[in-house]
Design a protein around this ligand. Structure first.
Ligand code: ATP
Ligand code: MG
Length: 214
């Protein structure tokens, strides 16, 4: 059996992936919520998990530092997907990529009048593409978090962010005005590893696919 390294982030992705891993016969020996370890052994001697920042997962897999990974579509679109095989939507960590504006802001007129919109976001690629498709001119402002603050202090007219319940928007007097796309997490595989370690990887892939269907 080949040695397999799986990259994932702690929090919702680890929590939602654990049952899928279990379906593939893989159980972590520590929980990243309580352990500070970045490399977790599993019940299988040839499988280990590495815990990385959500947005770093595709990079670890692209360079082969991990063979497999689990990453949100939001993260994969920003990364670009180079060197990655993306065979399976795991339907976990689901949310929506949305445009949101302050409650009083007339988004439809701003867009219709061809105004230049200042948009703050962590998701530059997706945002640029979305507004280019609409023919709307945007000035993008890159942020790393707490996007909701930007329109409240005059940094931007609008934000592009992930929304699940909408309660963070509401608490900050923002409203979602447009859905860019639904988001969920995908299994990603290093393309070279898939060829070289197919015998070990394929059963994991099959078990994930089966577990997702159930
Ligand atoms: P960090 O929180 O470390 O700054 P992050 O926000 O990218 O990084 P997580 O919050 O763990 O990391 O999110 C991981 C993935 O889960 C995201 O890339 C996205 O696909 C998904 N996600 C983010 N927010 C939500 C949400 N509110 N509901 C459901 N899924 C979400
Ligand atoms: Mg987060």
């Amino acid at each position: 059996m080949a040695e397999i390294t799986i990259a994932l982030s702690k929090g919702r992705i680890f929590d939602d992936t654990a049952p899928l891993l279990e379906a593939a016969g893989i159980v972590a020996k520590d929980n990243p919520a309580s352990s500070r370890k970045l490399i977790l052994d599993t019940n299988r001697a040839n499988v280990r998990l590495v815990i990385v920042r959500a947005s770093d997962v595709p990079t670890y897999v692209q360079y082969g530092a991990a063979d497999l990974g689990i990453a949100g579509k939001d993260v994969l679109l920003e990364h670009g997907g180079n060197g990655l095989y993306q065979p399976l939507d795991l339907n976990i960590a689901r949310c929506r990529m949305m445009v949101a504006v302050p409650e009083g802001f007339d988004y439809d007129s701003a867009v219709r009048q061809g105004a230049r919109l200042r948009v703050a976001t962590k998701y530059l690629q997706t945002t640029r593409e979305h507004f280019a498709d609409k023919g709307v001119h945007v000035d993008l402002i890159k942020l790393y978090g707490s996007m909701e603050l930007a329109p409240l202090v005059g940094l931007a007219d609008a934000i592009v962010d992930l929304v699940s319940t909408g309660s963070t928007l509401k608490a900050n007097h923002l409203r979602a005005v447009e859905e860019i796309m639904p988001i969920s997490s995908r299994l990603i595989i290093n393309q070279a590893a898939l060829k070289l370690k197919r015998e070990t990887i394929q059963p994991i892939l099959d078990a994930f696919a089966q577990a997702v269907k159930e």
